[in-house]
Design a binder for this molecule. Sequence first.
Ligand code: ADP
Ligand code: ZN
Length: 435
Amino acid sequence: MAQKYYQKEIETMPVEEMKKLQSEKLVKQVKHVYDNVEYYRNLMDEKGVKPEDIKGIDDLYKLPFLSKADLRDAYPYGLLAKPLSECVRIQSTSGTTGRRVVAFYTQHDVDLWEDCCARAIVAAGGTKEDVCQVAYGYGLFTGGPGLNGGSHKVGCLTLPMSSGNTERQIQFMTDLKATILCCTPSYAAYIGESLKEQGYKPEDIPLKAGIFGAEPWTEEMRQSIQNTLGIKAYDIYGLTETSGPGVSFECSEQTGMHVNEDHFIAEIIDPDTGEVLPEGSKGELVFTSLDKEAFPLLRYRTRDICVLSRKKCSCGRTLIKMAKPMGRTDDMLIIRGVNVFPSQIETVLLKEGYEPNYQIVVDRVNNNDTFEVNVEMTADQFTDKVGDILSMEKSLAEAMKTMLGINPKVHLVAPKSIARSEGKAVRVIDKRKLI
Ligand code: ADP
Ligand code: ZN
């Protein structure tokens, strides 16, 4: 029988005990940061908070926030809390929002990060019998190294493919009978599409599970990937600033990701006021890392919009769960005054029978926002009859209007005309920002 937990005692620890553990770690961590990171010490001093004021997690709200702007200010070494001679690794963000951030790791930090990824792999049913194909990018991006380390810890036979070269991915997957695939959901969809084109049916594909994250993806996208690859698709979340993937991971219930609370405290705040919101409220996700030595961020604002829940989980884990982040505050487009997340468009597309191959183009013409969505037809949907295309476009635009409240101009384009992603998909071209 598959091993159910990687670190059972932690993953199923009673909530009160976990809070006690977090409190103890927080007191020590605040002192570590105050003593070693001048940048954060200044922020605490400005706020009039001393390490002695933090006696446990109930005092967390007293600490100042850190934001991506602080990371940029302090680049490259300003938030380092250990001498460089004790650091063994640097990773960097993928720069999705244009600004790269570097993070540092001691060997201890790498070790705990890999444990977090190992928990995710075991929760997805992974054991030492599995062949784990890691098709996240390797290098500065955290996806490849994180899952690679986790896979080793579980004892899987690890296939360090990195992203790209889809032909080779498929060849290794089928020749070596990979059972677990780790990559971004958009790349999983692309690999699935390529397998289908080569005549593979879900039952011919050796995979049983996928661990997909690093970008937002909808429930509809999950269903579509699961059906094409004949697997269970699990979500995994993380960001470079908190080590990388594995801050939270999904279990067999597939209703949100358990946060590795022994290493991270999660909070939800109102992004405008900074006020901490009660469990169940939607807001910006904030993390405090409790064990990281080299790059220990306290109250780091992720800009990811999310909801936390302590609802009991059938898997037996007591770790708090976070919903799928619906996007980042800076992914959110404001078009003609209306908030639009790319994930809402994805939901509509998959419900209407399209594949998740689309691109949103926003521009401003004569002071008015234009809003266009290019959507690929599938090979089955493809037609060159103008009348048919127009009526399909019209009905898709109506479905989007119902979801969003505003009317996009939908363009159906030929199969394969939108570039596929091997890493994080680029869904939005906002030309207004270029002006
Ligand atoms: P960048 O900020 O350049 O993309 P990272 O590679 O560190 O750098 O990406 C972290 C971000 O990726 C998170 O803040 C979040 O917005 C997104 N992300 C990671 N995992 C998920 C996931 N499972 N679902 C939705 N978004 C995710
Ligand atoms: Zn669970």
